[in-house]
Design a protein around this ligand. Structure first.
Ligand code: PMP
Length: 353
């Protein structure tokens, strides 16, 4: 730390993203990226747009917002674009959380970091013994709430009815539903937006649309919530989404069938991988996301992570209490999952000798 660093941030512990190795070739199952490249139409759109990089991007992202609004069944003024959904979450935490914020104790690691950055009091609601989020635990908390649905890293999800009950029971506060993984088999709360003006639904193009590297996320909510977010966005970085990413997002929405087909493959691979892991003695939580959270009696989570990494397979391990015996495994292609399972078998074989 330099002697110039603001004292306010002296104890801030930044989010630690999953490893993004630039040197070695790994079977990369650690940051929930898609195993599939974006469709050709997206690459063409990005290429065409790159010839106009001397010009700023549209600060309103009009074309893309219009298309998204159509898709989500809301008005254009009800959509905010962000540089990844992480940025959208940052703006939402900044905009609506004077009373602090509540979230599950085991959830996306960025929530506590954002709360700490913005000096918000964080109320962590414990997941139940079986890692479930129980809606009643979030009723009348007297503060905004953020829930990842499906949750990360468990992959478990709530029904739209359950999300609705949380929105209804917290009418005085914003309820943020982070749907980063919703396209892999959960239900979106998007249809509730017209009914609940405190509901903010956040989604991303990073996972189901193969665009993690483009950094594109968005929020949908009442026009008033979105206007507030825009006030902050335009006070920080009005050109927050670059030209190529706007073009990529637009082309991606026009190629939805490709994305949907890929989500289906991931969901099938998830079911298969979960079964295979169970055969090998793993407990696998019921995931609706593009990852599974798996723990096992014959090897600790940290050890499994290290042994897999040593053999060229990257998964994610969290040292947090209650989940230290689990690893989070991104669901990739069939070939990737076969390599994962073979590698697990090899590790088991070696340990038994
Ligand atoms: N929410 C959750 C629950 C996530 O796991 C992630 C991915 N790390 C994000 C939001 C952020 O995704 P992005 O910024 O790539 O849109």
């Amino acid at each position: 730390m330099s002697r110039y660093f603001s004292e306010r941030f002296a104890t801030l512990r930044p989010y630690v993203p999953g490893e993004q190795p630039q040197d070695q070739q790994y079977v990369k199952l650690n940051t929930n990226e898609s195993p599939f490249p974006p469709p050709q139409a997206v690459l063409d759109a990005v290429n065409a747009e790159s010839g106009r990089l001397q010009l700023y991007s549209d600060p309103d992202g009009r074309l893309l917002r219009r298309k998204l609004a159509e898709r989500c069944g809301v008005g254009e003024e009800q959509i905010l674009l962000g540089n990844g959904s992480d940025e959208v979450l940052y703006l939402a935490f900044m905009a609506f959380c004077d009373n602090g914020i509540a979230f599950p104790d085991i959830s996306y690691g960025f929530y506590p970091v954002l709360a700490s950055l913005l000096n918000l009091e964080a109320l962590r609601i414990p997941l139940r013994e079986d890692f479930r989020i129980v809606p009643e635990d979030y009723f009348g908390l007297g503060r905004p709430i953020v829930i990842a649905n499906p949750n990360a890293p468990t992959g478990m999800c709530l029904s739209v009815g359950e999300i609705e009950s949380i929105a209804a029971a917290n009418a005085g506060h914003v309820v943020i539903v982070d749907e980063a993984y919703v396209d892999f088999g959960a239900e979106s709360a998007m249809p509730l937006i017209g009914k609940y003006d405190n509901l903010l639904v956040v989604q991303t193009f990073s996972k189901s649309r193969s665009l993690a590297g483009a950094r594109l996320g968005f929020a949908a909510g009442s026009a008033e919530l979105i206007a507030d977010l825009n006030t902050l966005r335009c006070s920080i970085n009005p050109y927050n989404v670059n030209r190529m990413t706007l073009a990529a997002g637009h082309a991606s929405l026009e190629n939805d069938e490709y994305n949907r087909a890929n989500c289906k493959i991931v969901a099938d691979n998830r079911a298969w991988t979960a079964e295979e892991l169970k055969k090998r003695g793993f407990t696998v939580l019921d995931s609706r996301a593009n990852f599974v959270f798996a723990g096992c009696g014959w090897i600790g989570g940290g050890e499994l992570y290290r042994e897999l990494k040593a053999r060229g397979v990257l998964v994610r391990h969290f040292t947090q209490e209650r989940i230290e015996n689990f690893v989070r495994i991104t669901i990739g292609s069939c070939t990737q999952m076969e390599i994962l399972l073979k590698t697990i078998d090899a590790i088991r074989e070696e340990l038994s000798q």
